[in-house]
Design a protein around this ligand. Structure first.
Ligand code: HPA
Length: 274
């Protein structure tokens, strides 16, 4: 089956499962950040295993379902958990859910993640808007034959993280009593965390945050012409800048910022829905 057909098939299954809802805003909720979907009104959930082509996430802290429902009066569609390249999935599989949400009608995507803070002034619990990314994976989800029905062969990435959406996010954060920092996200495949030497290299390169997700999803969203807002929750200081790194710390910090994070996402859904 072609990638295009796989996307259409998955999108059709999603539309059927959440009917009559027609969400225009899609969210990807990263490690420990899935709680937002638990607060949606009139929710309808569909497990990844029930959507054709979807892989199930094996990572603790990732629920593995799509949840549609209302936030701030707007219909939204959330990925509660994602799959990662480090789980052994090919990138086409990693990005299928994002492509399917877009094919199902989402016009704006809010993509979130847990990330390590490289900048010295980033502390665990900070929420950071992603201004741009550096793809250090050596891979790209668009490698292979291009299907023009999905997007162009050589998509422009000059404004991959939409500047207008970032401005709105700053305004909404201010209204929520939060200060958002902005930074450049480096995508490495993991699953081992970075070494202190790698973090020094990343800082020299101009990266402020690092993580194991997001960039492939942002690449395919841009390919399909959809505007993206990226938000990182700094769950830990990057390697060599604090203590030892652990997935438990990542989950604990994400849990701690939950009220602020949920508050910000609710405002963003209310504002960004077309
Ligand atoms: N590095 C990579 N990915 C991460 C980190 C990190 O320090 N924290 C959360 N996800």
């Amino acid at each position: 089956m072609s990638v295009y057909d796989a996307v259409q098939e998955a999108a059709a299954a999603i539309v059927r499962a959440i009917a009559p809802r027609l969400p225009k805003v899609g969210l990807v909720l990263g490690s420990g950040l899935g709680a937002f979907a638990d607060g949606l009104e009139a929710p309808a959930a569909v497990a990844y295993k029930d959507i054709p082509g979807f892989a199930s996430s094996s990572v603790v802290g990732h629920a593995g379902q799509l949840v549609a429902g209302k936030s701030g009066g707007r219909e939204v569609l959330c990925m509660q958990g994602r799959v990662h390249a480090y789980e052994g999935h090919p990138l086409a599989q990693v990005v299928l859910p994002v492509r399917a949400m877009i094919a199902a009608g989402c016009k704006v995507l809010i993509i979130t993640n847990a990330a390590g803070g490289i900048r010295h002034d980033y502390n665990p619990g900070d929420l950071v808007l992603i201004a741009d990314h550096i793809n250090l994976s050596g891979d790209n989800p668009l490698i292979g034959e291009n299907d023009e029905r999905l997007g162009p062969r050589f998509p422009d990435m000059s404004t991959a993280y939409d500047p207008e959406l970032r401005m709105i996010a700053h305004q909404q954060a201010y209204a929520e009593g939060l200060v958002l920092k902005e930074g450049v996200y480096a995508w490495l495949k993991g699953p081992s965390y970075e070494t202190p030497a790698e973090i020094r290299m990343l800082r020299t390169m101009g990266a402020d945050l690092c993580g194991m997700s997001t960039a492939p999803e942002v690449i395919v969203a841009n390919h399909m012409g959809v505007r993206v807002l990226g938000i990182s929750c700094v769950t830990n200081k990057a390697a060599g800048l604090g203590g030892k790194l652990s997935h438990d710390e990542v989950k604990e910090t994400a849990e701690r910022v939950r009220p602020q994070f949920v508050g910000l996402l609710s405002r963003l859904c209310a504002t960004l829905a077309p």
